[in-house]
Design a protein around this ligand. Structure first.
Ligand SMILES: Cc1ncc(COP(=O)(O)O)c(C=O)c1O
Length: 422
């Protein structure tokens, strides 16, 4: 009989995976808390929360039961013309905790669509107001907002977007602000919105940037009536130490995009929240001013039930303590790595924010396509840890249920790899 890998090879095309000379995928049979368990029973610590989503770890029984209960009651219903308790309850609870003066929740089903919705909402805001001049978008260099055409356009032009370069719309890019950098000084009255990943550009090599400088840029945007869109798809739900990364700044966004940790990584769901000011531009007798956007699985009840359960867990003191504990251990590891003379030329820019730590391995092979990352992944897997560097940027983004011992193991495995990788 054919093995799972053989059957996979025949029938499946995996994301972000070269179709020639790639290591075979690992058949996984189970997830359990921090661990991914393969068909031979080998357990790997999931040190990147499976693409940054499983904030409470794998196969969490509390969330699973809530999904099961919901599945027996109402699994899906068209969300235009119908509503249901999980969607309304989730919206109410999100509005209570979101960082800003948010008034409405718009659902979609992944991070890219949450961002698409946010940007379309902002552009149409100006269109609905009859201002055709405000049609440009300001974004940050090294940003990443997703893989659809709209979100590719908003993202750093890179190897990801090479094949589509001439199909992407123009965006004004400026550097992520630093303490010393001059503020953006362009044609403000043409800018409809500014989109940013607050404090931390994830796919853009885990670039951590300054809260005070970002706050100034947001103030500047608001002074020029530019709509600020926080893409917290990755940073939301405790990742950077606070419940939302936008809480590091006084100046708050007008639109916020969420996904990933929203459902504890169990179900696909996207959320875009906006303020009353944005929403009011859509309250009109003119039907053309409707927001014509929706997805089949918008506000899927199972996903909403999962998000409510995930929020229950996240807001518990235990989970908040875990986030604080992980953050402190990650900071200690940054100091340990930075102080280790053996790695003085190998480890660059060790840094951490909240539960996330990152550094670059100096290999003389910079860039996303260099193979040092694969080497790190392979060596970590051999030692029971799953890491997936972005090029030569190694990072740890663990589930909040990781124990001190498990996180110490991840740190030790990284040290072992640094000792053995040229
Ligand atoms: C900041 C940010 N925005 C948007 C996305 C896209 O989310 P998704 O992969 O769910 O489409 C990602 C994914 O990594 C992200 O990190």
């Amino acid at each position: 009989m054919a093995t799972l890998i053989e059957r996979d090879k025949k029938a499946v095309w995996h994301p972000y995976t070269p179709q020639k000379s790639m290591p075979e995928p690992i058949p996984v049979v189970k997830g359990e808390g921090t661990y991914i368990i393969d068909e031979h029973g080998k357990a790997y610590i999931d040190a990147i929360s499976s693409w940054w989503v499983t904030i409470h770890g794998h196969a969490n029984t509390y969330i699973a039961e809530k999904i099961y209960e919901q599945a027996k009651t109402l699994e899906q219903v068209i969300f235009a013309g119908f509503t249901h308790e999980p969607a309304v309850r989730l919206a109410e609870r999100l509005l209570e905790i979101l960082p800003g003066d948010f008034a409405k929740i718009f659902y979609s089903d992944n991070g890219s669509t949450a961002v698409e919705v946010g940007v379309k909402m902002a552009l149409q805001y100006w269109w609905n107001k009859g201002n055709s001049k405000r049609n440009k978008i300001l974004a940050l260099n090294h940003s990443y907002h997703g893989d659809t055409f709209g979100t590719m356009s908003l993202s750093n032009r890179s190897v990801f977007t090479l094949a589509f370069q001439d199909k992407l719309f123009d965006v004004i890019f400026t550097d992520a602000p630093t303490k010393d950098s001059p503020l953006y000084d362009g044609p403000w009255d043409e800018i409809a919105c500014f989109i940013y990943e607050p404090m931390l550009q994830g796919v853009g090599s885990m670039n951590m940037y300054d809260a005070t400088a970002l706050n100034k840029l947001l103030q500047q945007c608001h002074a020029h009536e530019v709509i600020c869109i926080a893409d917290e798809v990755m940073t939301g739900f405790g990742r950077t130490g606070k419940l939302f990364s936008s809480l590091y700044m006084e100046e708050k966004p007008d639109i916020i995009c969420l996904s990933k940790g929203l459902t504890g990584g169990t179900m696909a769901l996207g959320v875009t929240a906006c303020t009353n000011k944005i929403h009011s531009a859509y309250v009109d007798d003119d039907r053309k001013k409707t927001f014509f956007h929706g997805h089949s699985f918008t506000a899927n009840p199972l996903a909403c039930a999962a998000a409510l359960a995930s929020m229950d867990l996240l807001l518990q003191t235990d989970c908040q303590n875990q986030i604080a504990q992980i953050s402190s251990l990650q900071q200690q590891f940054v100091q340990q790595l930075s102080a280790d003379a053996r790695f003085a030329t190998r480890v660059k820019n060790a840094r951490a924010i909240g539960t996330i730590m990152a550094f670059e391995i100096e290999s003389g092979r910079d860039g996303y396509l260099n193979t040092i990352g694969w080497e790190v992944t392979r060596k970590a897997l051999e030692q029971g840890v799953y890491l997936r560097p972005l090029g030569n940027t190694v990072y740890i983004m663990p589930p909040y249920c990781i124990t001190t011992e498990q996180l110490s193991k991840v740190h030790q495995v990284i040290i072992n790899i640094l000792e053995t990788t040229a």
